[in-house]
Design a protein around this ligand. Structure first.
Ligand code: AHR
Length: 322
């Protein structure tokens, strides 16, 4: 009797040990894998965004697979397909443009891999193709810039001619920053967008487009409306090479509020910078963990942002994180 009890106890302990070891190994296997398809490395904003995503993944203990699409949608689609083939737990991407995502997102859905959009939105009818979208409200950013212009020129009769340096054609920030501006100025005929061209969110692109604007429109331009800081900095170079004083002869409106943008404000060359935060990594990793844990997420998580006029730049610059 005593012997059989001992045997039973040993068997019980043995199976408990097996269970414990088994659970430990399982927990190890269960490290979440996230496939992230980045737009590229076109701007200081993007570099800060990549750093944020990589460091937040490391902090959260998430296994990150990262790809850089070099601003090409076909590269992003390839990366997403490879994440599907690798059976990652979650896919996240910052879509280079708004349209053309249905086929690959249907493939992800069929493979039961949840998708998170970060930074840029997409244009799809079936919203079940992604779980949530985390990022800025670009339309609101455009409105904020438009309201700043209204206030700045409220006592001037006009015309106020705007030269627009657009971001990547078809991208959410380029579409919405333009739409937000037009929405605000549409009832005030003194504002006119006289030129509009894409500089693809790069410094070189902004400079090249501005050189052409300087040649074609000359001093008719009152405002340069650049969809990001890199293009604004390129445009400033072009204007200075033409002997202009950006920030004085011409108002320069920009987006992102990077350190580079702030330094240009301190130097008096950018008049206002509408904030767009790239520091999305921590929110993204929380969302990834919540999805894997089966929690419900809001369809849209909007980043909180503000507007920085040149007058506050020197005071705020030391606190900027990107
Ligand atoms: O999608 C965010 C935009 O993309 C930023 O404004 C720009 O700098 C970046 O390249």
């Amino acid at each position: 009797m005593r012997h059989s009890r001992r045997v039973a106890l040993a068997a019980l302990l043995g199976s408990a040990l097996t269970l414990a070891i088994g659970t430990g190994a399982h927990a190890e296997d269960k490290k979440i894998t996230l496939g992230f398809a980045q737009v590229g490395a076109e701007s200081a904003w993007r570099t800060a965004n990549t750093v944020s995503v990589k460091s937040a993944a490391a902090d959260a203990g998430i296994n990150l697979k990262f790809s850089d699409a070099q601003q090409k949608q076909e590269n992003q689609i390839k990366a997403i397909r490879s994440y599907i083939a690798q059976k990652v737990d979650v896919i996240a991407f910052s879509p280079v443009v708004e349209s053309g995502w249905e086929p690959v997102l249907i493939e992800a859905k069929n493979a039961k891999i949840p998708v998170i959009l970060t930074d840029r939105n997409i244009d799809v009818k079936d919203k079940s193709l992604y779980v949530t979208m985390i990022g800025s409200d670009f339309l609101e950013e455009g409105r904020r810039a438009g309201k700043w212009l209204e206030e700045r020129y409220k006592n001037e009769p006009g015309p106020i001619n705007i030269a627009e340096l657009q971001g990547t054609v078809g991208s959410a920030p380029a579409n919405d920053r333009r739409a937000g501006l037009l929405e605000v100025i549409k009832n005030d005929p003194k504002f006119k967008v006289i030129a509009s061209q894409s500089g693809d969110f790069t410094l070189a692109g902004g400079k090249q487009v501005m050189e052409a604007f300087v040649k074609t429109y000359g001093k008719k331009i009152n405002v340069v409306y650049a969809h990001n800081d890199d293009m604004a900095l390129g445009a400033i170079q072009a204007m200075e090479e033409a002997g202009w004083k950006p920030g004085k002869d011409v108002s320069v409106v920009s987006f992102d509020a990077t350190k580079g943008g702030f330094q240009a404000m301190v130097a008096g060359k950018i008049n206002v910078d509408v904030e767009c935060s790239p520091l999305l990594g921590p929110q993204l990793m929380t969302a990834v963990k919540d999805i894997v844990a089966g929690k419900q997420l809001p369809k849209r998580i909007v980043t909180e942002e503000t507007v920085f006029p040149m007058s506050v730049a020197a005071e705020v610059l030391p606190t900027r994180k990107y």
